[in-house]
Design a protein around this ligand. Structure first.
Ligand code: ADP
Ligand code: ZN
Length: 433
């Protein structure tokens, strides 16, 4: 496929020029924060740090981290670096616990986020001919709006469908011949099941070509399952509200890791425990600094997302480094009977078993009991109880090989486990430990 660019000069800039640009932007961000934001003024003072101390990109390591807790503590307007006349949009993070985080955009920030999103879309081959059905939650959440404006910029017809109401989604898809979906992995799997139950074969009956899938972690096995059952090519899409939402990193047509827009973000991988930098290729916590943000610049944000940098050049010609699939958050790790387990390990096992359907829940209860509840695939149950017992045994054995402890396995009929409209809730932990 011929490479298409939205902003070729910036996307293919040589590394030395790109790094010089990063340094200039980092210095100007630090100077602005030192003038305008008390939170950072205090942090700089604690370290005896002056903006002039940032002379090279490596000096970024002298800068303080910003954590999730810092953002919550600064709610509602603590980290804003501009006057009220310059604020153009408010988003909050969909965080499920405690106070939300408030994220502010200036007019220029809104435009920048849309530009980065437009780069992402063009990178996958989307053009103004495409019809994009946006099945993410509209509202305070950044997911839908940032994609919406990016796709409008490319010139797509955008359908602001929002999530849920599968009957209506299908009508929109049929009547307006949607070619591209923006959707969470959990809803994509659910929706594929819905189409199957309606006797719709997406390859025969719909015009879908691509799906941008993100907002929650998923595995390669899940990607393949969505590609197979929805008849689309799946591109991994990564973003977070603290960094303006989706469009931070996205897969190109090579689909081997996500280019992270380094002219807008400074990228580091650190050891989640010590905070020390890790070399390219090693997995650790992604730390991001905004380089162009006007209303609310953030230094060295601890995303808690676990990934690694892929430094080798990409065949598409873009020079911005890629990050590998996110394998979960550093705080996602479960400890069950003394064993460390990431929910992604369980998903990987389940989605590779053909008889397993589209939804699962990990329940932790009592004194450290783990139950994995799994939906069967449509047509996966022919009434033979002995086959079910064998399947349950097999799932249990495969899980034990991966996570070194054998959970209880329960099989559920297709479509019977709860689906959420926003992000999937995969782990229910009611243990009294
Ligand atoms: P919240 O932090 O409240 O969930 P956000 O919308 O800001 O709200 O979610 C951003 C988070 O979603 C990321 O930090 C990451 O954990 C997860 N995420 C987003 N896209 C992906 C993706 N493609 N793969 C894995 N995780 C993702
Ligand atoms: Zn590429």
């Amino acid at each position: 496929m011929e490479t298409m660019f939205w902003d070729k000069r910036n996307e293919t800039m040589g590394r030395p020029a790109l790094e010089a640009l990063q340094l200039k932007r980092l210095q100007s961000t630090v100077r602005r924060l030192a003038r305008r934001v008390p939170f950072y003024q205090e942090k700089f003072a604690e370290r005896g740090l002056k903006p002039a101390d940032i002379r090279t990109l490596a000096d970024a390591q002298k800068l303080p981290f910003t954590t999730n807790a810092d953002l919550r503590a600064s709610y509602p307007k603590g980290l804003v670096a501009v006057g009220p006349e310059s604020l153009a949009r408010l988003h909050t993070s969909s965080g499920t616990t405690g106070k939300p985080k408030a994220l502010f955009f200036s007019r220029r920030d809104v435009g920048n986020a849309a530009d980065l999103m437009a780069r992402c879309l063009t990178m996958t081959g989307v053009t103004r001919q495409d019809v994009l059905q946006n099945m993410m939650t509209y509202g305070l959440f950044t997911g839908a709006l940032v994609m919406h404006y990016g796709a409008e910029k490319v010139g797509c017809l955008v359908i602001p469908a929002g999530p849920g109401n599968s009957e209506k989604q299908l009508l929109l898809m049929q009547d307006f011949r949607s070619t591209v979906l923006h959707i969470t992995p959990s809803y994509a799997l659910y929706f594929a099941g819905f189409l199957e139950s309606k006797g719709i074969d997406p390859r025969r009956d719909l015009a879908l070509r691509k799906a941008f899938v993100g907002a929650e972690p998923y595995t390669e096995e899940t990607r393949r399952k969505i590609e197979r059952t929805l008849g689309v090519e799946v591109y991994n899409s990564y973003g977070l509200s603290e960094m303006s939402g989706p469009g931070v990193a996205f897969e190109c047509a090579q689909k081997r890791g996500m280019h992270l827009w380094e002219d807008n973000y400074l990228l580091e991988i650190v050891d989640p425990k010590s905070g020390q930098p890790l070399p390219d290729g090693q997995r650790g916590e992604l730390v991001l600094t905004t380089l162009c943000r006007e209303a609310m610049p953030i230094l060295r944000y601890r995303t808690r997302d676990i990934t690694a940098v892929i430094a080798r050049p990409c065949a598409c010609g873009r020079t911005h480094r890629r990050i590998d699939r996110i394998t979960g958050r550093s705080d996602d790790m479960l400890i069950v009977r003394g064993v460390n387990i990431y929910p992604q390990q369980i998903e990987q096992v389940l989605m590779a078993i053909p008889e397993v359907g589209r939804n699962y829940v990990i329940q932790l209860e009592g004194l450290d009991e783990m139950t994995v509840r799994v939906e069967l695939a449509e047509g996966g149950f022919d009434g033979q109880v002995s086959r079910l017992a064998r399947l349950r045994e097999e799932i249990g054995a495969r899980l034990r090989a991966e996570i070194l402890t054998k959970p209880k396995v329960e099989l559920a009929p297709p479509g019977s486990l709860p689906v959420s409209e926003g992000k999937a809730k995969r782990v229910i932990d009611t243990r009294k430990l």
